[in-house]
Design a protein around this ligand. Structure first.
Ligand code: FPP
Length: 244
């Protein structure tokens, strides 16, 4: 495995799907007396590194919370800088993401995005669909409660137009109505930044996910921190409610 020669990887159980709440960019910038947008920029650079580390570990799905439905309430300046950062990021790192085999998918109310950002994310998704080393799912204008209500509405439409009957609905096929219905449930959720909450992220999908909270702010998250999260995950006994 490249770049991991010195890591103790022998006993690691590698999760198929890791989800991350990239929290703490604002505080990281504040500590340095810099504007919040500089923290988001550092957060985006961290994401770039973490994608590489995840491919080193052969993690197949990485889902990150980049912008929540609630984040629209932040100052116009902060919202604009995040939207611009997204445009800039996919322009700047297009070649790198291609070379690393990163397939991009976006979940959330993408129609809320400004035209330019929407265009860029749709293109990034389209152009990367043949890649398969890792799937990077980016949640943008995403809220999990909103996703569940939207799924209920889509299910209601399926009932009304006769493509489904009520007794055909199951736990498995309900998620077909989600933004990415085929997304496997995350095995491990990592939240840096010191808060221990889910913040409206993947509520349905996290039902049996192992949670890992770390005080470090997202831009300070290191490869060793990822290793520690994976090591802790490997020690957990996942019983899914069974008594074994
Ligand atoms: C939460 O930290 C973080 C966000 C609201 C934005 C996360 C976005 C990125 C890391 C950039 C993503 C970029 C791309 C290209 C997908 P916070 O600002 O709420 O931190 P705080 O709790 O310290 O204030």
């Amino acid at each position: 495995m490249k770049n991991l020669k010195n890591d103790k990887t022998e006993n690691l159980k590698i999760p198929n799907h890791v989800a991350i709440i990239m929290d703490g960019n604002g505080r990281w910038a504040k500590k340095r007396l810099m504007p919040r947008k500089i923290g988001h920029r550092a957060g985006a650079e961290k994401l770039r590194q973490v994608v590489r580390w995840c491919t080193d570990y052969n993690i197949k799905h990485l889902t990150v919370y980049a912008f929540s439905t609630e984040n629209w309430q932040r100052s116009q300046d902060e919202v604009n800088s995040l939207m611009n950062l997204i445009v800039e990021f996919f322009g700047k790192y297009e070649d790198e993401l291609r070379a690393e085999g990163v397939r991009l998918r976006f979940i959330g109310e993408l129609s809320d995005l400004p035209e330019k950002s929407l265009e860029v994310v749709q293109r990034a998704e389209r152009d990367s669909q043949e890649r398969n080393r890792i799937i990077l799912n980016i949640a943008l204008s995403y809220g999990s409660r909103q996703e569940i209500v939207r799924a209920c509405k889509l299910y209601g439409e399926a009932l009304l137009n006769g493509t489904m009957t009520n007794d055909q609905l199951t736990i498995e096929n309900f998620s077909d109505f989600f933004y990415a219905g085929d997304l496997p449930d995350p095995d491990l959720l990592i939240r840096p930044g010191g808060e221990q909450r889910i913040s409206n992220f993947l509520l349905w999908q996290l039902s049996y996910t192992e949670m890992y909270f770390i005080d470090k702010l997202w831009p300070d998250f290191s490869k060793e921190d990822l290793y520690e999260a994976l090591a802790e995950y490997s020690r957990r006994d996942r019983r899914y409610g069974d008594a074994r």
